[in-house]
Design a binder for this molecule. Structure first.
Ligand SMILES: [Zn+2]
Length: 242
């Protein structure tokens, strides 16, 4: 038994190195098909711009999974003043709210200064998953300025390794395991880009995701969205078990 949260940062292809949207057009529908066929919900953190450009996918995420926020246009929030952070997040939230209630957030490039967390709270977000264990975060699940912080467990480079090489990692990860994927990983990306933009992309990425899901099903893991994890956490807290 364990808890697994599959998150997808839904953005243009490998930002800022490409600006195409093949991942949105060809990759994301395949991923959603796989999850729905497996009876699993994912957390799809869209940029506002991708939701505007692909409203059907945003609607599908809100209806069958969880729709969350990944900024307005994949900006670096650590390089913007507070007022601009608030303006961009409000706009993203306004766009995403057309499809359903949005409570989860992850900043692009794992960059969101602690000083900005009250802005998330003010805008009605409940959960953040910007902190990352592979970026040195050691505190596990915690609360920051009234938001539940559910740190990411591992980089998507690990989940693009050949299955036999990545499998040992999955056995060692601590709960809750928060995976991060991107739509563009599920299409074959050009080798003219940096290696981390094309390594392991394409059909093999989808096959690896299928194996990852099977692996966690075989160990009776519970698949949750970020919002579901938030509600479980609050319930345990109320019952005094945390
Ligand atoms: Zn991103």
């Amino acid at each position: 038994m364990g808890q697994v949260i599959l998150t997808f940062d839904v953005e243009q292809d490998c930002p800022p190195f490409a600006s195409s949207t093949r991942g949105m057009e060809e990759g994301l529908p395949l991923v959603m098909d796989l999850l729905e066929d497996s009876g699993i919900k994912g957390t799809f953190l869209f940029t506002g711009r991708m939701a505007e450009k692909f409203p059907e996918l945003a609607r599908r995420a809100a209806k069958k999974h969880e729709l969350g926020c990944h900024g307005l246009e994949h900006e670096r929030f650590d390089r913007l003043p507070g007022e601009e952070v608030r303006r961009r997040l409000s706009e993203a939230r306004e766009i995403l709210s057309r499809f359903g209630k949005v409570v989860s957030f992850r900043a692009p490039n794992f960059q969101f200064p602690d000083d900005h967390y009250p802005i998330l709270k003010e805008l009605g977000f409940l959960v953040d998953s910007t902190k990352a264990k592979h970026k040195g975060w050691r505190r596990g699940v915690t609360e920051i300025s009234g938001l539940l912080e559910v740190p990411a467990t591992t980089t998507s480079i690990v989940t693009r390794l050949p299955w036999t090489l990545q499998k040992p990692f999955h056995k060692r990860f601590e709960d809750p395991i928060v995976y991060i994927f991107h739509p563009w990983e599920f299409v074959r990306m050009s080798k003219r880009l940096r290696p981390d933009c094309w390594f392991g992309t394409g059909k093999s990425a989808l096959e690896n995701l299928r194996r990852l899901i099977e692996f966690h099903i075989s160990r009776d893991a519970e698949f949750l969205t970020l919002r579901e994890f938030y509600h479980e956490y609050q319930k345990l807290k109320r019952e005094g078990e945390l």
